[in-house]
Design a binder for this molecule. Structure first.
Ligand code: FAD
Length: 442
């Protein structure tokens, strides 16, 4: 029972040249290719497995401004508009709806944190409503109990992880972009120090620009090019239940469990922040840089096993361009589910919303969430390889901000006079100047 995913049929032949090659067809890669194709560039999107099959179909689907770090909030706000607009301009359905997100709590400390964020959000024109006990209990009536307080963010929403990336891939094809599945990029070629081609398992594509939107694989790919990109991943396990009797909320977060309506009418159940840290050579290599992040999040994390070693995405090995690479041995990163977490999530969800107990479990899956040391994505051209743009480390927020990230990357590639958001906070160079970045506040 893997994460549900709509499969898309795409091109078979590999173009010989392109204005830009996008490596990795998760939500970031598809939106990047989409915005490049809309600007008339000849774009090729290559994916080692299936469009959307890794993190981008395994998430909850939240597209939120609520509780975002100040550095990421502008991109979150713009992304919500882009989600709205994408449906209208492409005729494709990502399942995006501004249903609002509801947070409920009995903890004074948690409520005080949300109130602090509300005060900050007001300064940048973002609306969110703190709820007193009566309002929180009314909005959370499906739980059948009273709450000390909460917060409701009416302009936020959710999209459908099973359909979003495939919908954008179809839109790229309509714009005459090429989408090639089962095709891993093995590396790049350079001429005079500049990127000149992307080497794939099926041949070479001449291009002056490549974007690496490879999710959890980005750091090991960068290592082949002599680029140090500190990245780590957490294995998170979640499940879904089918539609059924009783009213369930669209999107509800509590500290114990969170619940989100899916495009098929069922719900995804999960515990926010909970995950396992699997032992990998890469985790060990970057452990020092991730210490501040770990100190902040350690309560929800537990040691994993050797799962990450088997997956190969965090290898320190160097590979050759004329031989199969770890990416071809692991077409879809589909890590083992943590059964204990699944049982706990299900039990807590039933305690919170008894109607869930009457619904059939339809799927259970795990995903590696890739993160940077400061919890903010790395987006920007890498100084020592002109033409090579990194877009990874979305730190558990990349689905919601996928459209904004894709738009920003297209702005960078086309040297737009006014990029959609200030690119500076995202530039990967920040990891060189400070070994311990400021960890995202929320
Ligand atoms: C359980 C869970 C819950 C989450 N909940 C949310 C949420 O509610 N809201 C939110 O905003 N975010 C959420 N996230 C995070 C979000 O899913 C990710 O940040 C986002 O999907 C990252 O998108 P991406 O395109 O960077 O990476 P991915 O979706 O991982 O895509 C990367 C793609 O690149 C491909 N690839 C890698 N290397 C190569 C190569 N060399 N050649 C060709 N292809 C390659 C991979 O096969 C993969 O398909 C969650 C994540 C998980 C796992």
């Amino acid at each position: 029972m893997p994460a549900p995913l709509t499969l898309v049929e795409t091109d078979a032949g590999l173009p010989r040249s392109a204005d830009a090659v996008v490596i990795g067809a998760g939500i970031v890669g598809v939106f990047t290719a989409y915005y490049l194709a809309r600007r008339g560039l000849k774009v090729v999107l290559i994916e080692k497995g299936r469009v959307g099959a890794e993190q981008s179909s395994r998430n909850w689907g939240w597209c939120r401004q609520q509780n975002r770090d100040a550095r990421e909030l502008p991109m979150a706000t713009k992304s919500l508009d882009l989600w709205d607009r994408f449906g209208a301009e492409s005729g494709e359905d990502t399942g995006f709806r501004r249903c609002g997100l509801l947070y409920l709590s009995d903890s004074e400390e948690e409520l005080a944190g949300w109130a602090r964020w509300r005060d900050f959000a007001r300064t940048v024109g973002v609306t969110t409503h703190m709820l007193d006990s009566a309002e929180a209990s009314a909005r959370g009536k499906a739980t059948g109990r009273s709450w000390k307080g909460g917060v409701f963010s009416p302009t936020d929403g959710t999209a459908d992880p099973a359909n979003a990336a495939p919908a954008v891939a179809r839109a790229i094809v309509k714009l005459a972009g090429a989408v090639i599945q089962n095709c891993a990029a093995r590396g790049i070629e350079t001429e005079g120090g500049r990127l000149s081609a992307v080497v794939t398992e099926h041949g070479t594509i001449r291009t002056a620009t490549a974007i690496l939107s490879g999710g959890a694989w980005a750091s090991s790919f960068c290592r082949q090019l002599g680029i140090r990109f500190p990245q780590a991943s957490i294995r998170s396990s979640i499940l879904s239940v089918g539609p059924g009797e009783g009213e369930l909320p669209d999107a509800l977060h509590t500290a114990r469990v969170s619940v989100t309506r899916r495009g098929d009418g069922g719900h995804t159940l999960a515990i926010s922040g909970r995950g396992r840290v699997d032992l990998t050579p890469q985790n060990i290599r970057f452990a020092g840089q991730f210490l501040p992040m770990f100190m902040r999040r350690w309560r929800s994390l537990s040691p994993g096993g050797l799962e990450g070693l088997r997956s190969g995405h965090e290898t320190l090995a160097r590979w050759r361009l004329d031989r199969p690479t770890p990416m071809e041995q692991m077409r879809i990163l589909d890590p083992a589910v943590d059964d204990g977490t699944i049982r706990l999530v299900h039990q807590r969800a039933i305690e919170l919303l008894p109607a869930i107990g009457t619904r059939r479990i339809t799927a259970r899956w795990a995903g590696y969430i890739d993160s940077t040391p400061d919890g903010v994505p790395a987006i920007g051209e890498v100084a020592n390889v002109p033409g090579f743009i990194l877009a990874a480390g979305f730190s558990g927020h990349g689905f919601g901000i996928g459209p904004g990230a894709g738009h920003l990357i297209a702005d960078i590639v086309t040297a737009a006079a006014e990029p959609i958001v200030d690119p500076v906070p995202y530039h990967p160079q920040r990891f060189e100047s400070s070994s311990w970045g400021k960890v995202a506040d929320f």
